[in-house]
Design a protein around this ligand. Structure first.
Ligand SMILES: [Zn+2]
Length: 547
C-alpha cells in the first residue's frame, strides 16, 4: 500500500475507534490468529463470479472454494462482511442440495455445514451465493471497501481496496494471509458500456442479451486475498509487451480512462524501465506468466497482483518527496516481489512488505541519480520515523494491529543500516535471494514468509549472527541511542537503550575529513582523536538511532 498521509489516517482511525459504538469496529480487520476451523483446510482454488450494478451500488456474487482438508472438519468457515447476505450454499457443485449456513456476524464469519465430516486428504468444494451493498470505502486505499466514483465524463468508475480490512469486504474468502489459492478464476458482469479488469489473463468477453458483458479472468499463480481486484470504468486498454530477463515476453495491459490514454501511453515506457530495474535487482517479474498491468483508479494506489491500482495522474513523485520518477507506481510495483511473490504468513511481519518496497525506492534513486540522492532520500525516510513502536511482533497480529508508518520507514532504514553492517554486495544478494532463491530462478515460487526467514538468510549471506540487530530494530520499541564522550585524545562510544541485546552495530566517525569504521563489540568502542580534530559521528547517516 502507498503511504502518503498515512499518519493522518492512523490518527483518524484511533479517534474514530475512541468514539465507541462505531459500526465498523468489530471484525473490520484482517488476519490475526487463524481460527482452528480455518487452519483445518488449505484453499486450492477460488472461482469468483460477481455481477456489478453501478446504479444501485450493489453486487450479486457467487464463490466456489476448492480446498484440501488437513484436519477433520464438519464446517467450512469463510469470512464475509456482515453487510452482505448469503442466500444459499452448496457443496460439490450441487445447488439442488442446499446446506445449512450460519452467519456469525460478530466475527463476519460464514459457517457452511458439510452434513458429514471430512477427513485429512479429502477434497471439498463449497459454493456460496451472496449479495448486497458492500461497505463504501471511507478513505481508499487506507480504509477500504468499494469505491463508486464517476469519471470526468460522468461514467461509473469502480474499484476495490482493503489490505488491512480484508477481502471479505466484498467476497466470501478465507481472509488470512497464510493461505493463498494455487490459482483463481474471476468473472465480472457489468453494463455493456463498461469494462471490467482484474488480475491474471483475460479469457473471454461475453455479451449477453440483457445489455451486460462478462469479463472472465484466470490467475495462474497463487494470489493473496487482498490483491484480488475489481476495476470497472469505460476503460481503454493499451497493450504492448515486455521482454523479461527471464526470457519470456510478458503481456502488458494498461486500463486507463479515455481522456488519459495519451498521457498513459507516454508514461508506460517509464513504468517498464522500473520493471527492468526491479528484475535486475530482485529477479524476474513474478507474475510474468499472467501479465504486467495497471488499472487507473479513483484513489492513489495498491499493489494488486498483475493489475496495479494506479491513481497518480501519470506524473513523477507521489509519495511525499521530490522524485525524478513515478514513485507511486514504483512502490506498488516493488510489491510484486515483496508482498505478492513473498507474502507474510501473518501480519506481525508486515514490515517485510513495506520496508523493502520503501527501501527499493532509495535503490532506484541511487540507480538514477547516484549516491547523494540515495542519502537524501534515506534522510527523508529518517525524518518520518516516529521511533517508539516495534514494527514486528512475536504473536499473531491483525493487519490493523501492526499497521503504522514506522512499518515503512523504520523498516526501510533497518535495511539501509544493514547495508552498512554487511556491505552493499551482501545486502543486494539478500534482497534478491529472499524473493528469488537460486532454486526459483526459472519458475517463481509464491510463498508465505516470516521475519525469521529473512534473518536466517541475512545470517547465511553475511556469515554472522545478527540476533541483536533484529531484536533492537524490529522487535523493540525504542531506537538505540549512541552515547559519546571525548577526553584525553579519545572518543568513547557506547550503545544504550538496547535492552538485553548484545547490540554491536559499528559506527562511522569522520575525523578531519577521514571516515573510520569504529567497532562496537560489547556495545562500546573507542577512537583516538587529536584534541583539536574536527569529529563528526555518522556523517552520511548510515545508522538508524534515537536521540
Ligand atoms: Zn506499500
Amino acid at each position: 500500500m502507498d503511504r502518503i498521509s498515512l499518519l493522518r489516517g492512523v490518527l483518524l482511525l484511533v479517534f474514530a475507534s475512541g468514539l465507541g459504538g462505531c459500526a465498523d469496529a468489530p471484525g473490520q480487520d484482517s488476519g490475526g490468529a487463524l481460527l482452528p476451523e480455518q487452519a483445518a483446510y488449505d484453499v486450492a482454488h477460488y472461482d469468483l463470479q460477481v455481477s456489478v450494478d453501478p446504479a444501485r451500488e450493489r453486487i450479486d456474487g457467487r464463490v466456489t472454494v476448492h480446498a484440501v482438508v488437513e484436519e477433520r472438519i464438519e464446517n467450512v468457515v469463510l469470512n464475509l462482511d456482515r453487510r452482505l447476505s448469503v442466500s444459499e450454499a452448496w457443496t460439490q457443485g450441487r445447488p439442488s442440495t442446499p446446506h445449512a449456513v450460519e452467519r456469525r456476524n460478530d466475527k463476519n464469519e460464514v459457517w457452511v455445514d458439510l452434513d458429514e465430516a471430512r477427513s485429512p486428504g479429502d477434497t471439498v468444494r463449497v459454493s456460496v451465493r451472496y449479495e448486497g451493498s458492500p461497505r463504501v470505502a471511507p478513505r481508499p486505499p487506507w480504509d477500504g471497501g468499494l469505491t463508486w466514483e464517476r469519471t470526468p465524463s460522468g461514467d461509473p468508475w469502480i474499484a476495490t481496496s482493503g489490505q488491512t480490512e480484508g477481502a471479505d469486504l466484498w467476497w466470501p474468502v478465507k481472509d488470512h494471509p497464510s493461505d493463498e489459492p494455487d490459482s483463481m478464476d474471476i468473472a465480472f458482469t457489468v453494463p455493456d458500456s463498461l469494462v471490467a479488469a482484474s488480475n491474471g489473463t483475460l479469457q473471454s468477453v461475453e455479451r449477453a442479451s440483457d445489455s451486460t458483458t462478462t469479463y472472465r479472468w484466470h490467475v495462474s499463480t497463487p494470489i493473496n486475498a487482498y490483491n484480488v481486484t475489481l476495476n470497472v470504468a469505460p476503460y481503454v486498454r493499451l497493450d504492448t509487451s515486455y521482454a523479461s530477463t527471464s526470457g519470456m515476453e510478458v503481456p502488458v495491459s494498461a486500463y486507463v480512462l479515455p481522456s488519459d490514454s495519451s498521457r498513459a501511453a507516454d508514461a508506460l515506457p517509464g513504468f517498464l524501465d522500473q520493471v527492468r530495474f526491479l528484475e535486475e535487482t530482485l529477479g524476474p517479474y513474478p507474475a510474468r506468466a499472467d501479465k504486467y498491468g495497471i488499472a487507473q483508479t479513483p484513489f492513489l494506489g495498491m499493489e494488486h497482483q498483475s493489475l496495479i491500482a494506479y491513481g497518480h495522474d501519470f506524473t513523477p513523485g507521489g509519495l511525499g518527496y521530490d522524485a525524478p520518477f513515478d514513485a507511486l507506481h514504483f512502490h506498488e510495483l516493488a510489491h510484486e516481489w515483496y508482498g505478492n511473490l513473498v507474502t507474510v504468513g501473518n501480519w506481525k511481519d508486515f514490515w517485510l512488505h513495506e520496508g523493502p518496497a520503501t527501501y527499493l525506492e532509495a535503490l532506484y534513486v541511487e540507480h538514477l541519480e547516484g549516491d547523494s540522492a540515495y542519502h537524501a532520500l534515506t534522510d527523508y525516510f529518517r525524518s518520518r520515523v516516529t521511533g517508539g513502536t516495534p514494527i514486528t511482533r512475536t504473536a499473531p497480529t491483525t493487519a490493523e494491529g501492526i499497521y503504522h508508518q514506522d512499518v515503512y520507514f523504520r523498516g526501510a532504514l533497518t535495511l539501509h543500516t544493514l547495508r552498512y553492517v554487511v556491505g552493499e554486495d551482501a545486502l543486494r544478494e539478500i534482497l534478491r535471494r529472499f524473493v528469488t532463491p537460486d532454486s526459483a530462478r526459472t519458475v517463481p515460487v509464491f510463498r508465505p514468509v516470516t521475519t525469521r526467514d529473512f534473518q536466517n538468510l541475512v545470517e547465511t549471506v553475511s556469515g554472522r549472527s545478527l540476533e541483536a540487530f533484529f531484536e533492537v530494530y524490529l522487535y523493540q520499541g525504542a531506537l538505540p541511542v549512541l552515547d559519546t564522550s571525548r577526553s584525553d585524545g579519545t572518543l568513547q562510544l557506547r550503545w544504550t537503550k538496547t535492552g538485553d541485546a548484545a547490540f554491536s552495530v559499528p559506527v562511522p566517525v569522520r575525523v578531519d575529513g577521514e571516515t573510520h569504521r569504529v567497532s562496537m563489540e560489547g556495545g562500546a568502542g573507542r577512537l583516538t582523536v587529536p584534541g583539536d580534530a574536527d569529529v563528526t559521528l555518522d556523517p552520511k547517516g548510515w545508522i538508524l538511532r534515537g536521540r
